[in-house]
Design a protein around this ligand. Structure first.
Ligand code: PMV
Length: 350
């Protein structure tokens, strides 16, 4: 039973972003935002959105929705939020009875080219399911429902609900996995892969020429789509074993291969396109050269953009920071990079 509400209620959640190790790229035909292949991500503790939702009983027939980012009205985001609310209305029916004021802020600079949709829709979904009041916040059922809602905002957002690693998409080797929602990685992660960090090297902070939505769509008629979906499933099964047995060398190979496959799919779409930039490649080459010379435990990955995520074992933090400052910064836009620990789930703030 949902709360019968007569006054304005509000709630605030913090939700981390995530970086995929095996990439979600392509949607299943039929259904809404169901993945064509399973994916796994690490949660980025320090790159998060904080969102407060004020919900009051609807005053007029049409629902009023206002969205503020960093204290400023952002009417351009409102159509996306309306689509999200419409999609979740069969799961959280009470949302259609509210007028909403949504105030959000991110720890990372807006327009730094970092996908903010995972953290943003994650935080919004947390607020909505909490305000509905049907499930105990923090319970497994609560996170499952939040993950379903977040998925309907942005697919990758459904993986942000879990401490450590989140898996989204049905796969025989992962018990409990589902296309509808993400689950927490169900096995113990080996100590060699537990305390890693991410340094996001900002290469390009501009608007992407091809959005993720368009990119996913291009997979529908992609010559290599089937092979890619099969490969992603195989990679996830193997990565799951690697996360448990601590084989760092294989971890690095799988993660880097996934990043390059994602961009290879973009380059071989019709129409084809490129999101990586010359500085993306320069950084990757320098990471390979440094790893070859030192054996430091580090791997690069990419999301749907030009920025490079440098994942590294925090035991080597000082060395990696010196390496970034001395060799990689010249290739970063405005000398900007952002660091995050891996792990940590969402947090209710009031
Ligand atoms: O959640 P979307 O629709 O923005 O898709 C994101 C896809 C990638 O970031 C490229 C990969 C992933 O699994 O997060």
């Amino acid at each position: 039973m949902s709360n019968i509400q007569t006054e304005t209620q509000s709630v605030t959640y913090r939700c981390p972003s995530n970086i995929a190790l095996v990439k979600y790229w392509g949607k299943k035909e039929g259904g809404v935002q169901l993945p064509a292949n399973p994916s796994i991500s690490w949660t980025l503790n320090d790159l998060f959105a904080e969102t407060t939702v004020f919900a009051s009983p609807k005053m007029e027939e049409n629902q009023k929705v206002e969205f503020f980012l960093d204290g400023k009205p952002k009417p351009s985001f409102e159509p996306k939020i309306h689509t999200f609310l419409q999609r979740i209305s069969s799961i959280v029916p009470v949302v259609s009875q509210w007028d909403l004021r949504i105030e959000s802020k991110n720890t990372f600079p807006h327009g730094a080219g970092i996908a903010s949709s995972a953290a943003g829709f994650g935080a919004l979904a947390l607020c909505m399911v909490d305000l509905e009041g049907d499930l105990q916040p923090g319970s497994t059922e609560f996170y499952q429902k939040v993950s379903i809602c977040a998925r309907l905002g942005s697919g990758s957002a459904c993986r942000s609900m879990f401490e450590g690693a989140g898996i989204w998409g049905e796969l025989d080797s992962i018990p409990g996995s589902s296309d509808e929602y993400a689950i927490s990685f169900p096995f113990e992660i080996h100590s060699r892969l537990k305390n890693w960090k991410d340094a996001v090297l900002i290469v390009d902070d501009g608007e992407k020429k091809v959005s993720s939505t368009q990119g996913h769509d291009l997979l529908k008629s992609h010559a290599y789509a089937h092979a890619r979906f099969e490969q992603a499933s195989k990679n996830l099964t193997e990565l799951s074993e690697v996360l448990q047995n601590g084989n760092v060398e294989r971890f690095v190979e799988l993660v880097e291969s996934e990043a390059l496959q994602l961009h290879a799919m973009m380059m071989s779409s019709i129409p084809y396109y490129l999101l990586i930039r010359p500085n993306t490649l320069a950084i990757i080459e320098l990471i390979w050269a440094k790893r070859g010379a030192t054996n430091w435990e580090m791997a690069f990955t990419l999301d749907a953009g030009a920025n490079v995520h440098l994942l590294y074992n925090s035991e080597q933090e000082d060395d990696v920071m010196n390496f970034i400052d001395a060799e990689l910064l010249p290739y970063c836009k405005n000398q900007l990079y952002l660091c995050s620990a891996i792990g940590g789930g969402p947090l209710k703030l009031n």
